[in-house]
Design a protein around this ligand. Structure first.
Ligand code: MG
Length: 276
């Protein structure tokens, strides 16, 4: 399964099918050759399942690229819910989540992914905040575990501005930590203009989400996701910018809303193929 530069990929769970085996079969039917893998309950992360999924993906001609770490009790329902439940900030859940992350990283490496990734939570803007120091410590532990397994770690964008992300990466001091650039998140979280942000963080971008959305209309609210091309990202400008910065990795479609996920994926694929 050789992927071409800017191969169009799909986030497995964006098919609307939660079972990764069935989702892979679907991508195979649609002729999609690259996929990011979403999170599963921790008990799924066994060596046996990794081998089975790897074989199933191979059979369907789908190459796994990045595995997203996530947790069953995270909520993206509102800005406040994200703040409270997502990533590695809640001290009561930290030990358990690091443990789950290790299992997910083992799984990602065995599956043949180049990286594990996650929304790590809102990075505290003030670096003298003890929560900031704790997050750095946690992310170093996770990055080092990835390194032990021979893979990278990608930070999902969106909950920080590009400048805050760069500062965080500099503070981390780890050479296997990069960025999964999601242009829509920049808008949905009201954080930054995606194309300008991409220019700023370009040296770190190793994977992307092709997702679209519109800016929030009120303080404290999230913007709304839209099918690719139907939001305010400016997808042609996004792909042009990726080319300009020399990005050749997959263009992975992420679609987390709407009731015609497969239709949206296919229309998104067509759009991306016309632009790349
Ligand atoms: Mg994303």
């Amino acid at each position: 399964m050789r992927m071409q530069p800017m191969e169009v990929g799909v986030f497995l769970s964006s098919t609307g099918i939660s079972d990764p085996f069935e989702a892979t079969t679907k991508l195979g039917e649609l002729g999609i050759k690259s996929a990011q893998v979403g999170f599963q309950p921790p008990e799924f992360y066994t060596s046996e399942n990794a081998q089975k999924l790897k074989a199933h993906m191979q059979k369907n001609g789908v190459t796994p690229t990045v595995l997203f770490i996530g947790f069953v009790d995270e909520s993206y329902a509102s800005m406040a819910a994200v703040q409270e439940t997502v990533g590695f900030l809640n001290p009561d859940k930290l030990d358990e989540r690091v443990e789950v992350s290790r299992k997910a990283i083992d799984f990602a490496a065995e599956l043949g992914c180049q990286a594990a990734a996650a929304h790590i939570g809102f990075v505290p803007a003030d670096s003298s905040d003890p929560a900031h120091g704790k997050l750095i410590e946690t992310m170093r532990e996770i990055a080092d575990y990835c390194k032990e397994k021979g893979i990278a770690f990608h930070l999902e964008t969106g909950q920080e501005t590009a400048e805050e992300l760069l500062e965080f990466l500099a503070d981390l001091e780890r050479d296997n930590v990069f960025i999964n650039f999601d242009p829509a998140n920049m808008i949905l979280y009201g954080k930054d203009k995606p194309i300008e942000a991409l220019e700023l963080v370009k040296d770190y971008v190793r994977s992307v989400h092709c997702k679209d959305g519109v800016w929030p209309t009120a303080e404290g609210q999230l913007g709304e996701e839209r099918p690719l091309g139907g939001g305010q990202v400016d997808i042609p400008a996004f792909v042009a910018k990726l080319k300009e910065i020399g990005y050749t990795g997959p263009l992975t479609i992420e679609r987390e809303a709407g009731d015609d996920r497969i239709g949206d994926i296919l229309r998104g694929k067509e759009l991306l193929e016309s632009l790349r």
